[in-house]
Design a protein around this ligand. Structure first.
Ligand SMILES: [Ca+2]
Length: 520
C-alpha cells in the first residue's frame, strides 16, 4: 500500500528528526507532504539567479571602487537590497542544498562537495511543480560530481557534473539537457543564459513559471569572458593582507597557520600568482554574470511580465580576499558567510528598499513557496521574507546560526559554529586547541579585535554560547555528521614562506607562571 503523508505525519517525522539522529528526508517514492495554501497570495512567476562564490560587496552600488554591475545595481534601484544576508554553511554544495531544502546542513546532510544528495530529499521546486508551475533548472547543481541527470522538481533541466567548466575542456565536452548530451559551445555564463532565455520564450500566460538559473561563475579558476579579459588588469587594488591578525590580538592560531595554505594569501591555490591577480580575474568574471542578469531582465520586459515577476539574486557563499590573511570561504568571518541578495518585483515592492533583518539561504525556499501561494512546510528551518519589505514588524530571528564541518580535502579550516547577531558574532571551534572568538561588528566590522578573553565581555560570551547551543539543540545540530574522506587533500605549505613553522598560540592561552600549585 502506498503511504500518504498527512500534515500530522510530517509533524511527527519532523519531531523525530529534531529529537534524534536528524535526517529530515522522506522515504524515496513517498508523496510530497501537503502544504496549506495562502488564499490571499496570487501565484506569481519567479526567477531565482544564483552565482557561485559572489561576495556581498563585489557589486557596483555597494560602493566598489571600480567594478561596474549596472544590471545588479538596477535590482537594488528597482527592488529591495537584503543587506544582511548569510549562508548557513559557506561552501557550494551545503549551501545549495540549504537553498533547495530550506534546511540547515546537519539536517539535509550535504556536508561536503563530494556526495550526492541523500535519496528522498525534497527540493522546494517539487511543490511548485505540483502546484502547476512550469519549472526549469539551468546551470550548476553540484551536489556530488558523479552525475548530472535531471533532478526532481524540474520540467526542464540543463546542467553538468560537479563544477563544470568556463569553457569546453575538449571538443566533445557535453552538458546534460533533459537527459540528452549536448555539446558545450562557448563561455558557460553566456551559454546558460541562452538556455534560460530559450526556455522563457516557451512560457505562456497559462501557467506561472519558476526559473532557477545557477551560474558556474564566479568560482575559481576565475575565467572571465573573452570580452572582459584584462579589463581590470591595471586598476589599483588595496586588498587587506591580514593586518592585525596576530598572537597579540588573540587571533586563533589556526587562522595564522592557514595563511600559508591553499586557502591563505601566502600560498593561494598553491600558486605564486598572488591575491591581486586572482581578485582582478574574479571581478572580470563577474561582468558576464551582470550581463546575464541584464539579459534576463530585458527578456522579462519583452514578455510583458517584468512588473509581476519576482526576481531574486544571491551568491551561494561569500569569499575572502585577504581578510585575516585568507582567501576562499568556509570560515565564519563576514566576507565568507555574507552574500549579496537582491529581490525585485515592481508590482509588490517600491524600488530602493532595504531589509536590515538577518536573512539566510534557508529562507529562499519558504519565500519562493510564499510567492507561489504556499505555506512553509513544518520541517523547513527557514522562514519567508516575502512580506518583510512591507511589514518590518514581522517576527524575525535575532541571531543567525552558522555551521561548517571540517573536510580532509582542505584540512586547514576546522569545524566551527558561529552565532551572528546585529552587533556581536561569537565563533567556537570543535576538536581544536585554540581560542574562540567574539567580535563587536559595530566597532570592529573587520573582525580584527578578538574580545573573547576580555573580562568586560564575559557575560556576552556566556549568553551567546548558551544561545548557540540552544539553537543547535532545537535544530537537531548536536550530532556532528561525518563522511569517509573522499578525494585529494590540499595540505601543502610553501617552505620559502615559513612553511615548516607553526604560528604562535594566542596570547590569552599563554601564561608566565604555573597556576596549579598543588599538583602532586
Ligand atoms: Ca560556492
Amino acid at each position: 500500500m502506498r503511504r500518504c503523508f498527512t500534515k500530522l505525519n510530517v509533524l511527527v517525522l519532523t519531531c523525530l528528526c529534531v529529537s534524534s539522529f536528524c535526517v529530515a528526508h522522506f522515504k524515496e517514492g513517498t508523496e510530497l507532504p501537503n502544504l496549506s495554501v495562502r488564499q490571499t497570495v496570487k501565484p506569481r512567476n519567479v526567477v531565482f539567479i544564483l552565482t557561485d562564490d559572489h561576495r556581498y560587496d563585489a557589486i557596483g552600488f555597494m560602493g566598489h571602487p571600480f567594478l561596474e554591475t549596472p544590471h545588479l545595481d538596477s535590482l537594488a534601484e528597482n527592488g529591495i537590497h537584503l543587506k544582511n544576508a548569510f549562508v548557513a554553511t559557506s561552501l557550494c554544495s551545503p549551501s545549495r542544498a540549504s537553498i533547495l531544502t530550506g534546511m540547515y546542513t546537519h539536517k539535509h546532510r550535504v556536508i561536503d562537495n563530494n556526495r550526492l544528495v541523500p535519496p528522498g530529499t525534497i527540493f522546494f521546486p517539487q511543490y511548485l511543480q505540483r502546484a502547476g508551475y512550469s519549472t526549469a533548472f539551468v546551470g550548476k547543481w553540484h551536489m556530488g560530481g558523479s552525475d548530472d541527470d535531471p533532478r526532481p522538481g524540474f520540467d526542464h533541466w540543463v546542467s553538468f557534473r560537479g563544477q563544470g567548466n568556463y569553457l569546453p575542456p575538449g571538443p566533445g565536452y557535453t552538458l546534460n539537457v533533459d537527459g540528452r548530451r549536448e555539446l558545450q559551445k562557448g563561455y558557460i555564463t553566456d551559454e546558460l543564459t541562452d538556455y534560460a532565455i530559450q526556455w522563457l520564450e516557451q512560457q505562456t500566460s497559462e501557467r506561472p513559471f519558476f526559473l532557477y538559473l545557477s551560474h558556474k561563475a564566479v568560482h575559481a579558476n576565475f575565467t572571465p569572458a573573452k570580452r572582459h579579459q584584462g579589463l581590470y588588469a591595471d586598476v589599483e587594488l588595496n586588498l587587506p593582507k591580514g593586518e592585525g591578525i596576530s598572537a597579540d590580538s588573540n587571533a586563533p592560531r589556526w587562522v595564522r597557520d592557514q595563511r600559508n595554505s591553499w586557502h591563505g594569501i601566502d600560498f593561494a591555490y598553491h600558486s605564486d600568482k598572488g591575491l591581486e591577480y586572482l581578485y582582478r580575474r574574479y571581478c572580470e568574471a563577474l561582468l558576464a554574470v551582470d550581463d546575464s542578469v541584464g539579459r534576463i531582465l530585458q527578456h522579462l520586459k519583452k514578455m510583458g511580465v517584468y512588473d509581476e515577476t519576482l526576481v531574486i539574486y544571491m551568491g551561494d557563499n561569500g569569499f575572502m580576499f585577504g581578510e585575516h590573511g585568507l582567501i576562499d570561504k568556509r570560515v565564519s568571518y563576514e566576507a565568507s558567510i555574507r552574500v549579496p541578495m537582491l529581490m525585485q518585483c515592481p508590482d509588490l515592492y517600491p524600488g530602493g528598499g532595504v531589509v536590515e533583518q538577518l536573512i539566510g539561504n534557508i529562507d529562499i525556499g519558504p519565500t519562493i513557496l510564499h510567492a507561489a501561494g504556499l505555506q512553509t512546510p513544518n520541517y523547513m528551518d527557514g522562514q519567508s521574507f516575502f512580506d518583510l519589505p512591507k511589514d518590518d514588524r514581522q517576527s524575525w530571528r535575532d541571531y543567525f546560526l552558522y555551521i561548517y564541518y571540517w573536510e580532509k580535502n582542505y584540512p586547514q579550516t576546522p569545524t566551527q559554529f558561529a552565532l551572528r547577531g546585529d552587533r556581536f558574532k561569537y565563533i567556537t571551534y570543535y576538536g581544536l586547541w585554540d581560542l574562540d572568538e567574539l567580535y563587536d561588528l559595530r566597532s570592529d566590522p573587520g573582525e580584527t579585535r578578538n574580545l573573547i578573553a576580555e573580562p568586560e565581555y564575559e557575560v556576552v560570551v556566556r549568553e551567546m554560547e548558551d544561545r548557540l547551543y540552544a539553537m543547535l539543540s532545537e535544530e537537531g545540530g548536536m550530532d556532528i555528521p561525518m563522511n569517509q574522506p573522499k578525494g585529494s587533500s590540499q595540505n601543502k605549505r610553501w617552505r620559502a614562506r615559513g612553511g615548516q613553522r607553526a604560528a604562535e598560540f594566542p596570547n590569552a592561552l599563554v601564561i608566565d607562571t604555573p597556576i596549579n600549585r598543588d599538583a602532586k
